[in-house]
Ligand binder design. Structure first.
Ligand code: SF4
Length: 325
């Protein structure tokens, strides 16, 4: 079984951890439950952290003067907690900004934690929400401190592709910590080598740039090379994999075996690729065929490729909300 470096994930505390929602409830979430043994959760509840009790009156975002500067107020009374929330958000995010944080999972639609789609009102009291939507006050500050880190909410993570992308990014970036700790070009080359096909499926352009950096073996300034490499790595992994890039990557892998395969095996694989391209079968089908050849032909180099298991297999859930989020 593969060993993964454990990512640190900041999580809205009301998801699977604490009954701290406005009505004293907790959100049950199977994905977060499954994730618990594989990551280190740093939980936070911004609303109780600014001294609000549980249960409490509901809060809402109000857009005064129709600007994008929202105020956080009690829905009924209009009591304003904007300054308290800003101050808490800055001090909390600053306190963890030098730690290795690999991702955020926040409660959707909350006026504090929601990353988008939070209802905005013109005022407190009885008034309908405005047509526009925004980010919760705490969530909107995260980008200032963690511009490259993956930020998702539990609603978006019900989408299969978004979930796989999030998991791939957090586990790959957290594995990169080993390169940063080692400060050796060998470790960087090994990282690039084992992630080659994973990176190809996200961005062949960045893969090329990263390859150039690792080829710079004469340089003694390894710290700067690793720093530059991480910038590219974050940018590459921010790009979701797409069928055309996946097919290109699978054809590269196919090239390792094609001369050893029978005519019908090759035809079957190419038909499978076509079906994948036509969205009739998922990506894992052609990938599994390739993996079976990796084992059959005992290809040690490909055996170590992270594309075959970018995150722990136990976290694979085929469930898909089907929502285009
Ligand atoms: S959504 Fe955020 S602020 Fe609201 S209860 Fe959950 S953790 Fe606390």
């Amino acid at each position: 079984m593969k060993n993964f470096t454990i990512p640190n994930i900041v999580l809205s505390k009301c998801i699977e951890h604490d009954n701290c929602r406005y009505d004293g409830s907790k959100i049950n979430n199977d994905f977060i439950k499954n994730l618990k043994p594989h990551v280190n959760f740093v939980t936070v509840c911004p609303e109780t952290s600014i001294g609000l009790s549980t249960p409490r009156d509901t809060l809402r975002l109000v857009s005064k003067n129709d600007t994008e500067n929202f105020n956080l107020v009690f829905s009924k009374t209009g009591d304003d907690f904007t300054e308290k929330m800003h101050s808490f958000s800055h001090s909390f995010l600053k306190s963890i900004s030098n730690s290795d944080i690999h991702g955020f999972i926040l409660k959707s639609r909350s006026p504090s934690c929601g990353i988008k789609d939070v209802k905005i009102y013109k005022c407190h009291g009885k008034s309908p929400s405005l047509p526009k939507r925004g980010s919760g006050l705490f969530a909107s500050k995260i980008y200032e401190y963690f511009p490259d880190v993956s930020i998702e909410d539990e609603g978006r993570l019900t989408n299969f592709n978004i979930r796989e992308h999030f998991l791939t990014k957090i586990f790959t970036i957290s594995d990169f910590k080993n390169v940063e700790n080692s400060k050796t070009i060998k470790c960087l080359i090994d990282f690039q080598s084992k992630n080659k096909y994973l990176l190809m499926s996200h961005s062949p352009g960045y893969l090329k740039k990263m390859g150039k950096l690792t080829a710079n073996t004469d340089s003694t300034d390894i710290s700067n090379i690793i720093k530059d490499y991480k910038v590219y790595l974050n940018k590459a992994l921010a790009i979701p994999s797409k069928p055309n890039r996946n097919i290109n990557m699978l054809l590269h892998l196919f090239g390792y075996f094609s001369k050893h395969l029978s005519y019908s095996e090759k035809a079957f694989f190419l038909e499978t690729l076509e079906k994948y391209n036509d969205k009739k079968i998922p990506f894992c089908v052609p990938l599994t065929i390739i993996n079976s050849w990796v084992m059959r032909f005992e290809n040690e180099y490909l055996h170590n490729q992270t594309i075959f298991e970018p995150f722990p297999n136990e976290l694979i859930q085929t469930r898909d909300s089907g929502k285009i989020i």
